[in-house]
Design a protein around this ligand. Structure first.
Ligand code: CA
Length: 182
């Protein structure tokens, strides 16, 4: 069982661990009863640890097309443009990006309409995996096929965290995600 998570202890009792589940951690500074709480994580120093989702992100606040954005992430500790693995992760990302006034981001998602594949995650060149149909956040009406080429998924916290498909040549920022190996 994955026991990375939030640990609680008191000065009198032994430590306990809360298993990392698909939960949105509720951050508080109001600990009572003499409890101490701390979090163990393995995010690299150059990435932010986002406690609500227990994941590591780094925002590149620079305008690049999708391919360059992915390469920038890949070249940075083998991270990748963000992948939405769980609904709670989406909520955590929205909170995180809004708190830092980050407006746009590419995700790892794209489609090539000429090869018949559905939208999928492409975190690294040559590596794809399906998008969980239960964890999608398309803006109403999206995706919109833009002329049969390749479209990439962008993400805008200010629009409720919705996804938009867009020309992959458009330049914008990217949120890189670092996968901690358990
Ligand atoms: Ca993720």
């Amino acid at each position: 069982m994955n026991l990375r998570g939030i640990n609680y202890k008191t000065s009198l009792k032994s430590c306990t661990c809360v298993p990392k589940m698909n939960v949105l951690y509720n951050v508080t500074t109001d600990l009572t009863g003499g409890c101490l709480a701390f979090v163990a994580h393995d995010c690299p120093q150059t990435f932010h640890y986002v406690i609500e989702s227990h994941k590591c992100y780094k925002y590149i606040n620079d305008a690049n097309n999708w391919s360059v954005s992915r390469k920038l992430c890949n070249d940075m500790l083998n991270s990748h443009p963000v992948i939405f693995d769980e609904a709670n992760e989406a909520t955590a990302i929205i909170l995180y990006m809004k708190s830092r006034s980050y407006v746009y981001s590419w995700t790892a998602g794209y489609v090539n309409y000429t090869n018949g594949l559905a939208f999928h995650w492409g975190p690294y060149p040559g590596i794809t995996r399906p998008i969980d149909p239960n964890v999608t956040f398309w803006y109403p009406g999206a995706p919109y096929p833009f002329g049969g080429g390749t479209d990439c998924i962008e993400f805008m916290p200010r629009f409720g965290g919705c996804w938009f498909d867009y020309y992959c040549d458009v330049t914008q920022s990217v949120l890189c995600e670092y996968d901690v190996v358990f």
